[in-house]
Design a protein around this ligand. Structure first.
Ligand code: PRP
Length: 217
């Protein structure tokens, strides 16, 4: 039997993803070790986990290097790859928003050629240029995006908001919501056919667990 490979997002989603797999009988003890190994294995079930940067998960799954991936919807929208999105896992819930100073509330339309700072250039372009039909200048940043409007680098930002604390503590507000975000399970399209039994067993196990949680509130 060949190994089934699962690409996991390193970071906020890791612990909750591990819990999900452990609850369906997959041995994740290797994953919980704080080693620097990048391939962690459950020999009994012939499953390998790869720990990668969230934005790389869709790439591994698209090329079939991983059969399954666990990744945020934000990353899926940004990477725009043709993957099979099989489950909304519910955790990692947040919103993709346009945010900026409170003075801009209700005035987004009057800002022509806005400069938009973001870690998500594709999502920002899609939203402003295709949905709102406005031209924007995208300024790609790699983190601490909330700083940009405070120092005149951009008028607004496109970013994720979870608790709202970062915006609040920097005097910014949500101007518009673009999408609801949460963690998703994705599957490579070929793997879905070639390994359908094993993959469907995992999907069903996780789905039942999510249903149980929902019932328990
Ligand atoms: C994310 C996001 C916001 C913040 C939102 O950044 O880009 O800055 O979290 O969370 P909150 O609403 O709960 O405050 P992250 O922590 O990933 O760091 P980064 O800015 O370095 O990317």
């Amino acid at each position: 039997m060949r190994y089934l490979s699962i690409a996991m997002s390193k970071g906020r989603l890791t612990d909750l993803s591990i819990e999900l797999f452990e609850n369906i009988g997959i041995d994740c003890s290797d994953l919980k070790d704080s080693s620097r190994k990048l391939i962690l294995t459950d020999e009994k079930n012939k499953i390998r986990f790869f720990l990668v940067k969230p934005s790389d998960v869709p790439t591994y799954v698209d090329y079939g290097a991983a059969d399954i991936g666990i990744v945020g919807k934000d990353t899926l929208l940004e990477e725009g790859r043709d993957l099979y999105e099989v489950l909304n896992l519910g955790f990692g819930a947040c919103r993709m928003v346009v945010a900026g100073p409170a003075e801009l509330q209700g005035k987004l339309d009057s800002l022509n050629n806005k400069r938009v700072a973001t870690k998500y250039p594709r999502i920002a372009r899609e939203y402003f240029e295709h949905k709102r039909r406005e031209s924007i200048e995208v300024i790609k940043l790699n983190g601490s995006v909330e700083l940009a409007p405070l120092v005149g680098l951009a008028e607004v930002i496109v970013d994720i908001v979870e608790s709202g604390r970062t915006l609040r503590e920097n005097g910014l507000v949500v101007l518009e919501t673009i999408a609801d975000i949460s963690a998703r399970m994705v599957v490579n399209r070929v793997s879905m056919k070639m390994e359908s039994d094993r993959i469907n067993r995992i999907i069903e196990g996780v789905r039942k667990q999510l249903d149980r949680r929902r019932e328990q509130g």
